[in-house]
Design a protein around this ligand. Structure first.
Ligand SMILES: Cc1ncc(COP(=O)(O)O)c(C=O)c1O
Length: 470
């Protein structure tokens, strides 16, 4: 990974920032922000005009769906529905399936879910369906508090012939644990649950918010029914998230949102409505057009940064994205993230009074490390790190159940997370800062120097301050 070339694409690197909150959101490359601005010249709505501008914007918007489908190995754009984020994508499945649940069914999720993949199912089973007179159980699989690994025996025991749906994160945003999707698919297959489509297996929804940004994903090889992720965790600006669903489920399912553009042109009558072809059946109302175009270009740029950072091959082109290129690029990103995470784990383990959560082996993790320091409030730790120039995050990271399961009071931890532009040197500086905070002494983080690869003329470079001031 040519990290120094990669960093030239990002403004944050000019300011000496050590960005270590990438599991929340990544930084946008300059090209994407410039693309956003350049689209202003051609600004128009899509599917709603005969001007050249509208037709050009429509073509760019529709091409974006193809890029997204190619990136995750979906058969084509008919398996892609775009929403605001992962949260909305998961909620869309909840609403689409609402009418399919039968009395006595159950939904199985895990104790390591982000609230985005817990609360919708909690609300469905405890609030929504009871009002419709239907009783559906919400079952939660445990994880091993010592290793952070999902308890597959417990999960297997919870899945039965009444399990309509299993919802599971591919990677925990707190423990870092990578879950074995193939094994979980096998458990779903064995349930024998009779779906309305005639299939006899539980459906599988994978929350891939922490997977797609840093791994090669092939939705057909994973054989998932639904998979959700957000582009703001993989270089794009905020505002767009994707749902992949097997096209026959989208074809047969009820739409999540109803209104304009999701209907077949002219096919609306007082007593009958015909829906638009996929994927537009799931694109009600004026969409986030610029966000969608820029999000798809973020995927193209991600490939370029991983493969040829000085020489764009995919960004800004209509070039088809081939699977081998996606595999090569994302394996490089995964290797880089793993080496940074391994280095962070090794360094942090040596810090006095630290408790690190989740698997010890970087190969079992996504690129984050959450921890607590004995006797220290995690929010105070993150604030002290910020004063030392390290941008960490503390709180429950929306993984509230997992914090409770570990008996953490308050339910909070401090987390550092990495992406393809972080350097080993930054990891060392983060470890040094955490050690300094733990020891209650000044952090030895020379954060007033631009980070490696920075332009070197940063006028407002962040100055290191004593972490002990916390
Ligand atoms: C595992 C996981 N799922 C879901 C989400 C929610 O993503 P969004 O805020 O983009 O909806 C996150 C965000 O941190 C996450 O880490």
């Amino acid at each position: 990974m040519d990290v120094h070339s990669i960093r030239r694409h990002f403004a944050f690197a000019d300011f000496g920032r050590i960005v270590a909150n990438n599991a929340a959101s990544t930084q946008p490359p300059r090209e994407l922000l410039a693309l956003y601005r350049s689209l202003a010249d051609r600004y128009e709505n899509v599917h709603r005009g005969q001007s050249d501008a509208s037709r050009e914007m429509t073509a760019l918007f529709e091409d974006a769906y193809d890029t997204i489908a190619d990136f995750i190995g979906a058969p084509d754009r008919t398996g892609i529905a775009l929403y605001r984020n992962t949260t909305e994508a998961i909620n869309s499945v909840m609403y689409a399936l609402l009418t399919e649940f039968r009395d006595g069914d159950n939904v199985v999720t895990t104790m390591m879910e982000h609230n985005s993949n817990h609360v919708p199912w909690y609300a469905l089973c405890r609030e929504v369906l009871p009002r419709l007179g239907r009783s559906v159980q919400h079952r939660l699989a445990r994880f091993d508090p010592r290793t952070g690994e999902l308890d597959l025996d417990h999960l297997a025991a919870l899945i039965d012939s009444r399990t309509k749906l299993v919802c599971c994160t591919a990677a925990s945003n707190f423990l870092g644990t990578r879950n074995p999707i193939g094994t979980i698919r096998g458990l779903c297959d064995a349930s024998g649950y009779p779906q309305p489509t005639g299939e006899r297996r539980s459906r599988l929804l994978v929350d891939a918010a922490q997977l797609v940004p840093g791994a090669y994903v092939d939705v057909r090889a994973l054989d998932v029914d639904y998979l959700a992720f957000s582009f703001h965790k993989m270089l794009a600006p905020f505002g767009v998230g994707a749902l992949y669903a097997r096209p026959h489920l989208l074809a047969a399912g009820l739409p999540f949102l109803y209104g304009g553009d999701m209907i077949a042109e002219g096919r609306v009558f007082p007593d009958r409505v015909e829906y638009n072809a996929l994927p537009w059946k799931y694109a009600a109302g004026s969409p986030n057009i610029l966000g969608t175009i820029v999000s798809a270009q973020a995927l193209r740029l991600l490939l370029d940064l991983a493969l040829t950072p000085g020489r764009p091959m995919y960004f800004g082109t209509g070039r088809a994205i081939e699977r081998p290129a996606v595999r090569a690029a994302m394996n490089r990103v995964a290797d880089w993230n793993r080496s940074l995470t391994g280095r962070a784990l090794a360094g942090l383990e040596a810090v006095d009074g630290i408790t690190i959560y989740g698997p010890r082996d970087a190969a079992r993790r996504t690129s984050l490390v959450a921890f607590n320091l004995a006797g220290r409030d995690p929010i105070g730790v993150a604030e002290a790190l910020n004063r030392a120039g390290v941008e960490a995050r503390a709180g429950c990271h929306c993984a509230t159940l997992a914090h409770h399961a570990l008996g953490l009071v308050p339910p909070a931890s401090c987390r550092v997370s990495f992406y393809l532009y972080n350097t080993p040197d930054e990891v060392d500086r983060i470890v040094a800062a955490v050690a300094a905070v733990a020891a209650g002494r000044a952090a030895s983080v020379p954060a007033d120097a631009p980070a490696p690869g920075a332009a070197g003329n940063a006028p407002t470079a962040r100055r290191a301050r004593s972490a002990a001031e916390a």
